[in-house]
Design a protein around this ligand. Sequence first.
Ligand code: TTP
Ligand code: MG
Ligand code: MG
Length: 405
Amino acid sequence: MTTDRRIAHVDMDAFFASVELLRYPQLKGQPVVVGGRGVPAPKQDDKGDWQYTRLGGYVGRGVVTTSTYEARALGVFSGMGLMQSAKLAPQAIVLPADFEAYRGYSRRFKAAACAVAPIMEDRGIDEIYLDLTALESNTLSLAQRIKQAVFEATGLSCSIGVSPNKLLSKICSDLDKPDGVTLLQRSEIADRIWPLPARKINGIGPKATEKLASLGIYTIGELAQTSTEILVTHFGRQMGQWLHEAAHGQDDRAVITHRDPKSLSRETTLETNLHVKHDRAELTSRIDDLCRRVALDLQQKQRHCKTVGVKVKFADFSVVTRDLTLPTAMGDATTIREAVSDCLKRIAWHDRIRLLGVRASNLVAAIEEGSAPQLRLWAHRADGAVAQGEVQVQEGSVQASDDPA
Ligand code: TTP
Ligand code: MG
Ligand code: MG
């Protein structure tokens, strides 16, 4: 018999909000919400007192990226509109998002965790998996050392779940938030996992949850008791089988330390819908900015791209994409910008523009002359910034989540 693996899932607590509280420690214990970039930043008045923006009276279409646990107690959660949240918590303070800062803290927390447990899979801005199997110490002391290292490097708390696989650990890290450690053994699945709602399984989204409910399946336990045949009938072979295995806590996926990114993209939702002709200057500057950021992302991941794409969402929510494949791979902002211009010329502008995106795909290694490509490409980076399967940084919206199977 092989012994179980020990996989940890680490997730930062109220991540964006917690980073903001490092900047404004006087707000600790208060309901605080992080909105988009358009929210006014706090200002100091003549006496040196901070003046904050309150949620009450907010007008606009900003969205809550995250909220402190005090704001969550008032019903305000990630993804809610700021205007809707204002009705629930008018007194809550709203702060602008600062994605650069969050990326910096993200790198720091990953590097700190890596120093304790070097086999790490990067799962987005505030979460990672670690394979603890080969490490000497007992699981609880490892989890505590990771938390301590993360705190020392960032001043922030995280929650950790440790179990025999990624699927269960992801569920566990959420069970005792914030600042929690949850250890789970295979023998405890029935007692501790089965009572939970099915949607706690990463990969069961709102649609699948609804479909399961229509079959009378609400908990993971009820899912586990449902025959594979029934699940396959309703969800298809692959998904049906995966649902069955997931409910039984089975998951063999390895912790993947390096992954080749397939594409990189950046997009931005405009504060107000812009007109292709009347707002030309503003649009041009937004597009320039997106191209520059995609070029930087490519540089960071040491990649060039052969294909450049654009995405435009119109005021009526229709989405148009165009792409262009170049004869040779490249990664500089100017060439990306030229390709983007070419793509934009092929769009019929039927309405005002709500969102703009630029994508680089068909990625290849950017090999600098005289360098040892293999080493450069796969060397573990001390800052913990490991290439991901797909890096998509959307401002004010959700980060990547795990693939279901
Ligand atoms: P999460 O880990 O889902 O949430 P959180 O860290 O804020 O809170 P928790 O303690 O429950 O883990 O997301 C990490 C960050 O990603 C979050 O701080 C902000 C951002 N995010 C969004 O921008 N939009 C979203 O819809 C969600 C869920 C998160
Ligand atoms: Mg988190
Ligand atoms: Mg997270």
